[in-house]
Each structure stands twice: as C-alpha cells, then as structure tokens.
Design a protein around this ligand. Sequence first.
Ligand SMILES: C[S@@+](CC[C@H](N)C(=O)[O-])C[C@H]1O[C@@H](n2cnc3c(N)ncnc32)[C@H](O)[C@@H]1O
Length: 188
Amino acid sequence: MEKDETRAFFAARAATWDSKFPDDGPVFAAAVARLELEPGSVALDAGCGTGRALPLLRAFTDRVVGVDLTPEMASVARERGQVLIGDAAELPFADATIGGILAAGLIGHLGDPRGTLLEFARVAQTGARLALFHPVGRAVLAARHGRELSPDDIRAEDHIKPLLRAAGWEPVHFHDGDDHYLAVARLA
Ligand SMILES: C[S@@+](CC[C@H](N)C(=O)[O-])C[C@H]1O[C@@H](n2cnc3c(N)ncnc32)[C@H](O)[C@@H]1O
C-alpha cells in the first residue's frame, strides 16, 4: 500500500479498532515479554496504532514511545502514552538508542520492509530484540480477509528469516500458528 492509502485505511478504523479485538491482551503480553526489555531502556512500538501495547511495554520500562503513520490512530494512542506521528522507515531517533522494538501488525503494510528493518537496526542497541507480531497467524488472517495464503508473503518463515538477517537481525524465535504470529530477532 502507498502511504496515503495506508493512512486513509487506518484513519477510518481508528475509532473502533480496540473494540474489534477485545481478547488480544494475553498474546500481546507474551510477545512483549519476548523483547526482554531492560528497565530504563527505551522501547519502541513501531506502527503502534491505538497504542494498546504501550501499557504492556511500560510493565518492563518506563521509557516507551510509539510511532504511527496515521494521525487518527496516534490520537487515540496518545491517551495511553508518548506517541509520534511518522514513518517507521524514517525514525526520529539517534543511532543505537533503542532497547527493544515491537512491530505489531506492521510488516504487511510496509512499502519497503527491508529498508524499515534496516532503519530498526540503525536505531537499536546491539543485543536489542525486535518482535514482528500479529495476534493471529498468517492462515487465520488470510481467511479473515477472504484470500489464499500467498507463497510470496514476506512473513513466511523462509522469507522473513533471510530478510531479517540481511538487515543485521539474527532470528531467535519463530511461530506462525492460529493463535498468533511472532518472529523475534536480536541485533547482532
Ligand atoms: C494493523 S495496524 C496495527 C496497530 C497496532 N500495532 C495493533 O496491533 O493494534 C497497523 C498500524 O501500522 C501503521 N503503519 C502502517 N505503515 C506504517 C509506517 N510505514 N510507519 C508507521 N506506521 C505505519 C498504521 O497506521 C496502523 O496504525
């Protein structure tokens, strides 16, 4: 999707987003735990949407920031914490300053996934973890959208692991079941 299309798509969904997915809390919490955040480190929620993961991240560190492209989503998220409007591919952070990155439901919407993973690597500290997460797996998501699971899907294990490695991230965990999708990597 182009950025304008993405903004329009999510702007229309911001007000009702949380009420559509009321049961996602436990899988989100488990994904956030996998970031192994150090207290005092900076946690980034990239594509934070309405910010439903911000309080979960704050259970580990009080320095949490969300970034989202869609002002309407960011405006809801600001009720839950610090949120910047912007593109995950051009983050307003200095090199090696972020201790962990959650990207929930983001990767499938990116125009330049490789460039965004490289940008994550630029801002992350060595050893920081990145969690690419979705509260349902790829097959369930495809069915929800009435389409077949594509063999070209970059979230597939055979695609995402090489993509992560090429951007400097070493995969440490992968799960794609009906209950959730989670690819965790550590900055080498
Ligand atoms: C599927 S929603 C997920 C929102 C939230 N992470 C959640 O799980 O509830 C995807 C979010 O990513 C944002 N987004 C899409 N492309 C982006 C980009 N390039 N940079 C930052 N945010 C982006 C959208 O505006 C939207 O809020």
